[in-house]
Every structure is written in C-alpha cells, then in structure tokens.
Write a protein that binds this ligand. Structure first.
Ligand SMILES: [Zn+2]
Length: 139
C-alpha cells in the first residue's frame, strides 16, 4: 500500500483519538470538580474549561497532559454564589487555584429575624441569636 494512503488514514484517526481522549478528560475533570464542591458541603452549579492568559492556545497540549483550568460556579455554605478557578492535573488531582481568589458573584441577602430582628441568611433554618425558626422563602 502506498505510504501516502497509510498516512491519510492514520493521521486523521490519531487526531480523532486525541480529541476523544480530550473530551473524556474534560468530562472526568468536571465530575471530580463536582465531587470536590459537594465535599465542602456546597451546592454545585457549573464548571467550564477556561483559557487562562498566557496559556497556550493548543487545546490538546494544555489539557491532555498539563493542568486544566476550570471556572467553577457554586453556592457556598453562606448561600453566596461564588465563582472560583479550579485546577486539575492527572498527577495532583483537583485543587483550588491560588492564582485567582474566589469571586462572590451574587451575595446572599440577609433578612431580618421576625423575633429579634437579627440579620439572618435565608438558608439558615434557625436564627443564630435567638434560635427562632426562620420562615423559608420559596421563590
Ligand atoms: Zn432572632
């Protein structure tokens, strides 16, 4: 068989294989990030693969071998919506990137306790000051 024909078949197959591994890596990363968020007791919303400044534009190189960067969105124990960069690496696992501090994108508003008028977050079942049960707002 002609060498050109062999290359014409194998090269696209190799690209397809790398791309397939790439998709698998991202899916596995997202699952691990989700588990990490849940392990903190937070509510997981989303994660998306992120291109950081200075990082190579090559999708293959940066996320198949090197660390992957994900912009993760979750609701923390205070009820705030937070966006934070998470790094994944095949050797080190999942960890929060210290390059970027977490950014609160939506601060949970306080409401007044109906008994003592202390500031209570809506996701707190009981007022920390007087112990009165808060009415849960369903919106
Ligand atoms: Zn109270």
């Amino acid at each position: 068989m002609n060498i050109i024909v062999v290359l014409a078949i194998t090269i696209p197959l190799l690209f397809a294989l790398v791309f397939w591994l790439e998709l698998k890596r991202v899916a596995a990363d997202k699952q691990r990030i989700r588990e990490k968020v849940l392990s903190h007791g937070w509510e997981y919303y989303s994660s998306s693969w992120e291109q950081l400044p200075g990082q190579s534009n090559t999708l293959f190189r940066s996320s198949l071998i090197g660390p992957g960067f994900y912009s993760v969105c979750y609701r923390n124990s205070d009820g705030d919506m937070v966006s934070q960069v998470c790094e994944t690496s095949p050797s080190l696992g999942v960890y929060w990137s210290d390059k970027d501090e977490d950014t609160v994108i939506l601060k949970q508003a306080h409401q007044d306790c109906k008994k003592c008028e202390g500031k209570v977050k809506p996701n707190w079942k009981f007022c920390p000051f007087c112990g009165t049960e808060n009415q849960q707002e369903t919106s």
